[in-house]
Design a protein around this ligand. Structure first.
Ligand code: CAA
Length: 393
């Protein structure tokens, strides 16, 4: 395994540059002032945070990854990780609404032509509009190659039919990259990717799904019924869709992992503060080893997860394949968020289980990190394939 060699062989600094520190501070301040105060109410009512998205757009916290030639800031992916952690520290439901354009725009960055990028990415930098990533279906989540949506070519168009499920932001998106089969007999090699405007004839949002956590992120199901898409809006060649999806997820999983680190850090901050205030048996509960060891493990595991996120981002920014490291980061950060938030509820005891206190929300929010963008089991599958098939690890 070349992980430590890759990192240590060429020297590494754990210090952030002044620019990175500034980005991090901007995101932290935004999380404190704009996100935290609204997090509980938006969670309770599943509010789509359009007002906060608009403000995030204005201060330059959205679409930071879009290259300058298409109107974006062209910041390295690493900076996106810093932003993702801080915004998710504020509230991951609101943060994902802001950040998920990274996933929606990913296939264009991976496979779009210059003209396609100009047409679809530049508008994202001009106004606070959203895009989404349409891979999952009612019968195809983890096994992404089994999607049933079809795209049949007729002249200069494709006609798309099918259903998409669990699509982040789809209910408010201007467009979605839809993965569909152009040749069912070819399995994953028969999938292709298309940019589908969400106001196209035949696109219907069927349901805004009611979730356990991250409730202020819209997650929708939509149907495609004879949706006509010009050939010019196919990304890559026919049959390249599956690899475009996988390469996109390699790029975005570290960002999702950064969000999980942010949620874990929020739970840790609350638990640490509470442990110094709450008194039992005449001393603050932090003085009891049963509690202090929980807090010590939280701090250790958060640090480990963050380092894996940073490593994956660092490799991706160098243009290297980072399938293995992206899955390392996603797996560890998601599982860490679940463990840390569960332990934070434990530190708070009965109060932790009450809606009045913030940690129960964090525990609900954390669960989703173990599911979307590839479950923790799928991350292990990817890691195992990289190890045993030697595809780049
Ligand atoms: N980069 C480039 N190519 C890759 C790749 C990668 N990271 N991973 C796989 N491939 C290639 C393989 O080399 C192989 O190529 P050939 O056809 O030339 O042989 C091909 O893709 C098929 O690979 P596998 O045999 O590994 O495919 P598989 O079907 O056995 O399993 C999987 C792949 C890893 C399980 C994949 O299906 C997967 O990642 N599943 C989870 C999907 C997922 O994360 N869904 C979440 C959607 S997004 C979301 O949740 C948020 C939202 O908003 C909806």
């Amino acid at each position: 395994m070349a992980v430590t060699e890759t990192v240590l062989g060429e020297g590494i600094s754990f210090a952030l540059s002044p620019e990175q520190q500034a980005v991090r501070e901007l995101a932290r301040e935004f999380a404190e002032k704009e996100i935290r105060p609204k997090a509980a109410a938006y969670d309770e009512h599943s509010t789509h945070p359009a007002d906060i998205i608009e403000k995030a757009f204005e201060v330059g916290l959205m679409n930071v990854h879009i290259p300058e030639e298409y109107g974006g800031l062209g910041l390295p992916g690493f900076d996106g990780m810093l932003i993702g952690e801080e915004l998710s520290w504020g509230c991951s439901g609101i943060a994902v609404s802001i950040i998920c354009n990274t996933l929606g725009a990913g296939p264009l960055l991976v496979a779009g032509t210059d003209e396609q990028k100009r047409r679809w990415l530049t508008p994202l930098t001009e106004e606070p509009i959203l895009c989404s990533f349409g891979l999952s279906e009612p019968d195809a989540g983890s096994d992404a190659a089994r999607i049933k949506t079809t795209a049949v070519r007729t002249g200069d168009e494709y006609v798309l039919n099918g259903s998409k499920m669990f699509i982040t932001n789809a209910g408010h998106a201007a467009w979605t990259v839809v993965f569909a089969s152009t040749d069912r007999s070819q399995g994953h090699r028969g999938l292709s990717a298309f940019v589908v405007p969400m106001d196209a004839d035949g696109v219907t949002i069927e349901q805004h799904l009611d979730k356990m956590g991250q409730r202020s992120t819209d997650t929708s199901a939509f149907a495609l019924s004879d949706v006509r898409i010009p050939v010019a809006d196919r990304l890559g060649e026919e049959g390249e869709g599956f690899k475009i999806a996988m390469k996109t997820l390699d790029l975005t999983r570290p960002g999702t992992a950064a969000g999980a680190v942010g949620v874990a850090k929020a739970a840790y901050d609350y638990a640490r503060a509470y442990a110094t205030e709450r008194v039992t048996f005449d001393v603050p509960i932090a003085m009891h080893q049963g509690i202090s060891f929980l807090i010590a493990d939280m701090a250790t595991e958060i640090e480990a997860a963050r380092l894996l996120v940073w490593q994956a981002a660092w490799l991706l920014d160098r243009g290297e394949r980072a399938t293995l490291q992206s899955s390392f980061a996603k797996r560890l950060a998601a599982d860490t968020a679940m463990k840390v938030t569960t332990d934070a509820v434990q530190v708070f005891g009965g109060y932790g289980y009450m809606r009045e206190y913030p940690v129960e929300k964090l525990m609900r929010d954390a669960k989703l990190f173990q599911i979307y963008e590839g479950t923790s089991q799928i991350q292990r599958l990817v890691i195992a394939k990289e190890i045993f098939l030697g595809r780049g690890g």
